[in-house]
Design a protein around this ligand. Structure first.
Ligand code: ACO
Length: 457
């Protein structure tokens, strides 16, 4: 193993040991047996405590601080695995064999090829849109490009909106430092157009979301998109397509870990949103688009972007205390802290925190921001966090890690989305095996028997 990636693995092993030690006293989990519907459960506001379905995909235990995908502990997956293996695991239930992995990797690389989607996106004023809005639009375009869900003559005509050859899009002349750059996207030979369902659509969505996200980062920074390099891993390709330069082994490993960490997380708001849409038998592209819309909010995946803005607003370690006192007085939520389920330290933050520290040591410019973050963590935990069980969540350190990799803040939530498409698609597929349309109810507390009087108008 490369020395640099070994250092990272060592950090993860240490983080895992610390997590196990600190949570060993917590009670063993309950609520993990099959359900005999209907059931009684105590439901709080925001559906807290409601059990909506059974799942074999992932498990979150908020007091133990556990995150488990298909039986594997998140620490073990981050230490030993890759995003390709983990997304395969989520979708198929088992880790891939060597042959399966090879085939899957090839498929995912093919799924980075989304020329019509990118051409159509370029016809919008995407510089004026938030990247999450562009990504959501792009996910819809993928549906048009790859499925027969609508009649062919209803498809948007991408080619009419740009002045280039029908099957090519001009690339920047020579992406920085790349001898083997590909200068144009061509529509590659592909199998029959697919139905907007099935495992191929899941692969399309995983690869397509990455390609759209990477391309928009290029376009927003004044460059043309770059095609994937079939020799690279998913994480390396994602960084390559996003930045135009091949990542170092360390950057690749860090992105890979981050993708693994964000791939699934129980019945959170965005997963539930995707599943609700799927339960109507709407297609998987629409379902995943809904997941992305839900994830974009600042109380959910959008918090990672807010964290960086907040740390910059604080500005210095000395200003942490006065800023925090005012934030509490103003009853402001501190971005990147708290979680509906975790009442112990979020295991994802346990992993990303040391990674952020590792990057801070190497990067003088970024070091001060990390120090502000650490000071803020101390302040939050000691003042009310310990008592209310509010600790850093995944979004607190992920933004800092991406920032250290040179990625703009607006791109953080789209990156989160790229990874989470694996969990959303896996859970949607699982739910559809025993589908029942979601239909909770609201308690009506309005008036009855009001008389309609013309004079009211
Ligand atoms: N800052 C200050 N106080 C907080 C915070 C916070 N970040 N989080 C929770 N609290 C307080 C609440 O004010 C509330 O206090 P009270 O009992 O005095 O009324 C108590 O802790 C419980 O919090 P709720 O908001 O009821 O918790 P809920 O489960 O509804 O919300 C949430 C969870 C949305 C994550 C919340 O903690 C929050 O807003 N955090 C900041 C945004 C954020 O980081 N979101 C990312 C979450 S991770 C993810 O989605 C990928």
């Amino acid at each position: 193993m490369h020395k640099k990636t070994q250092e990272i693995t060592d950090l993860l092993i240490k983080a895992a040991e610390k997590a196990r030690k600190e949570t060993s006293g917590e009670p063993e989990p309950g609520l993990t047996s099959p359900i005999n519907w209907p059931i009684d459960c105590v439901v709080g506001p925001g559906l807290e405590g409601a059990i909506a379905c059974e799942s074999k995909i992932g498990y979150v235990n908020g007091t133990k601080g556990w995150l488990i995908y298909r039986g594997y502990d998140i620490f073990d997956l981050c230490i030993n695995s890759t995003y390709e293996e983990v997304s395969y695991l989520l979708l198929h239930g088992e880790l891939p064999t060597e042959v399966q992995l090879k085939v899957y990797k090839k498929k995912l690389t093919q799924c980075f090829n989304v020329p019509e989607t990118l051409r159509t996106l370029l016809s919008f004023s995407i510089e004026k849109m938030h990247p999450m809005a562009i990504l959501r639009l792009g996910l819809n375009m993928l549906r048009q490009e790859f499925t027969k869900a609508d009649q062919a003559d209803h498809k948007p005509s991408a080619d009419s909106s740009i002045a280039t050859d029908a099957d090519t899009i001009a690339m920047e002349f020579a992406p920085r430092g790349e001898e083997h750059a590909i200068f144009e996207f061509k529509k590659k030979k592909r199998e029959e157009e697919e139905a907007a369902a099935g495992i191929n659509s899941c692969y399309r969505l995983i690869g397509g979301a990455a390609a759209i996200t990477a391309a928009m980062n290029r376009i927003r920074s004044g460059h043309f998109p770059i095609e994937a390099d079939p020799e690279l891993s998913f994480a390396a390709n994602f960084l390559f397509m996003m930045t135009g330069k091949k990542p170092s082994v360390e950057e690749e490993r860090i992105m890979d870990i981050s993708l693994i960490l964000h791939a699934d997380h129980g019945m959170n708001a965005s997963t539930f949103a995707a599943m609700v849409v799927a339960s109507t038998l709407s297609d998987i592209y629409f379902s995943i688009g809904s997941g992305a819309a839900a994830l974009s909010g600042p109380l959910h995946g959008g918090a990672n972007e807010q964290v960086i803005h907040m740390l910059k607003e604080i500005g210095s370690v000395e200003n942490v205390k006065p800023w925090f006192v005012k934030a509490r007085k103003d009853k402001r939520k501190i971005s990147g802290f708290g979680h509906r389920v975790y009442k112990a330290y979020d295991p994802r933050a346990r992993i990303l925190g040391p990674l952020a520290k590792h990057l801070a040591k190497q990067n003088k410019e970024f070091g001060p921001l990390f120090k502000i973050a650490k000071e803020l963590e101390k302040e939050v935990v000691s003042s009310f966090g310990k008592e209310k069980k509010i600790f850093p969540n995944v979004d607190f350190y992920s933004g800092i890690v991406y920032h250290a990799l040179g990625i703009p803040a607006e791109m953080f939530t789209p990156i989160f989305t790229v990874s989470r498409v694996a969990g959303w698609t896996a859970r949607v597929n699982e739910y559809l095996e025993n589908n029942r349309i979601f239909r909770p109810r609201a308690m009506y507390i309005g008036p009855f028997n009001k008389k309609y009087l013309n004079g009211n108008l």
